[in-house]
Write a protein that binds this ligand. Structure first.
Ligand SMILES: *Cc1c(COP(=O)(O)O)cnc(C)c1O
Length: 409
């Protein structure tokens, strides 16, 4: 049998029927159907508060919309954070539609001219990913008679150690290689564009607090060097993020208080070229991942050659990451529970599989749960980030699940 990941603290201590934002899992499914994603905004609020308490004053918090673009969630989070980072014109028009306060920045390779134009028109900061993209944005600004707001995304020569996804220190489709950045900064400033600073994102889903501390220090050193070499102080430095959350057995949460204390020290000692710089940290997963629970009902229970399969009405078309097919090398089990028997003795060895006709659709591989029967509800945790919109929802043509934001006011 294989271990399952740790249930997030907001739900881990529960016994009996799983309660999410004051309602039972069964009640959520009865009201919205199965499968359903329930996002408990109280958990998000708790993470924002924890960030604010831990980080030095003045460090801005941005939300990376792609982690979970569900509009009611983004609208609620926009009221708590200082900025939103979007990665497409689609996300941009979503966030503009309800006019959040605060800064919006737009990163991502392959921005089309129409996307650049949409951003320039509304004064969104473009994190340019190449010299070519910077020049297209400048031309569009000239044509529109609007100075574009441009920051340079840097492909750093540093790497976030222990990160689930490495973004720095090698050839990359993201950002401009650090050694070419000073020349581009001078070109941007000379063009009359509004110079906004650096965006330096060194990796994602890191659980090693020391590695995050080292990366932040190295990022500050890199921003210092680039500011000095280009001759233009950066108004803003987006330090990236990369804060991870536990997903699998043995994972430990990061110590955000210790990271904040180290950042405070590093900022106090920063070089003169960064004296007037504003700093931001952009987070997706850490803010919203643990808030989401995916609930799915058991439709069949079957035996095959000595193994038991619990077949549910959900699957990887909604929650790809739990099947191990979203950027993981070794398949490991997400935290999962039988919703009406939280804390009960687990004595039933099963695999939980989704309803798609592919062997990839395995939501839990050889785990031990309390006995699950047809009609019961299974809860899969950590469904608040890179869930529905990071899954191939059109694959096999099943209906879309409901999403619900709870506890938002
Ligand atoms: C996706 C992304 C993020 C968010 O990453 P998380 O691991 O969800 O915190 C932040 N910055 C950039 C540039 C991204 O592309």
């Amino acid at each position: 049998m294989k271990p399952i990941g740790p249930i997030p603290p907001a739900f881990a201590e529960q016994h009996g029927m799983l309660t999410i934002a004051g309602h039972s899992a069964e009640a959520w499914v009865a009201e919205h159907g199965s499968p359903v994603f329930v996002y408990d905004f109280g958990v998000v609020r708790g993470q924002v508060d924890r960030f604010r308490a831990a980080m030095p004053d003045g460090v801005r918090l941005h939300y990376a919309v792609k982690a979970n673009p569900y509009v009611p969630l983004v609208r609620a989070i926009a009221a708590l954070v200082d900025g939103l980072d979007v990665a497409s014109a689609g996300e941009l028009s979503d966030v503009l539609a309800y006019k959040p306060g605060g800064a919006i920045s737009f990163a991502g390779p392959g921005k089309r001219d129409a996307e650049l134009e949409a951003a320039v028109r509304v004064g969104v900061t473009l994190n340019v990913e190449s010299e070519g993209e910077a020049r297209r944005a400048i031309e569009i600004g000239t044509r529109l008679g609007i100075a574009p707001r441009l920051a340079v995304r840097v492909n750093p020569d540093i790497e976030l150690r222990g990160s689930g996804m490495k973004m720095g220190g090698r050839a990359s489709p993201f950002g401009v290689d650090a050694e070419r950045v000073p020349a581009l900064v001078r070109e941007i400033v000379a063009s009359g564009a509004e110079w906004r600073g650096f965006h330096i994102f060194a990796g994602s889903q890191a659980l090693d607090s020391d590695a995050l501390i080292e990366t932040q220090a190295a990022t500050l050193a890199l921003a210092t060097r680039l500011g000095e070499e280009s001759g233009h102080a950066p108004p803003l430095v987006n330090l990236g993020g990369g804060f991870g959350i536990p997903h699998f057995a043995g994972d430990r949460p990061i110590e955000v208080e210790r990271i904040g204390a180290a950042l405070a020290k590093a900022l106090d000692a920063r070089n003169a070229v960064l004296a007037d710089t504003t700093f931001a940290i952009e987070l997706g997963r850490w803010l919203v991942g643990e808030a989401g629970v995916y609930l799915t009902r058991v439709v069949d229970r079957k035996e095959s050659r000595g193994e038991t399969f619990v077949v549910v009405d959900g699957g990887l078309h909604h929650q790809l990451a739990a099947s191990g097919n979203f950027g993981t090398v070794v398949r490991r089990n997400y935290p999962i529970a039988l919703a009406h028997r939280m804390g009960a003795a687990a004595d039933d060895a099963v695999s939980v599989v989704g309803c798609l006709c592919t062997p990839l659709d395995r939501l839990a591989d050889r785990v031990v749960l309390p006995r699950a029967d047809v009609g019961d509800v299974i809860a899969i945790f950590i469904a608040g980030a890179y869930g529905l919109t990071a899954s191939p929802s059109a694959f096999l043509g099943h209906p879309a699940p409901a999403e619900v934001l709870a506890n938002a006011s």
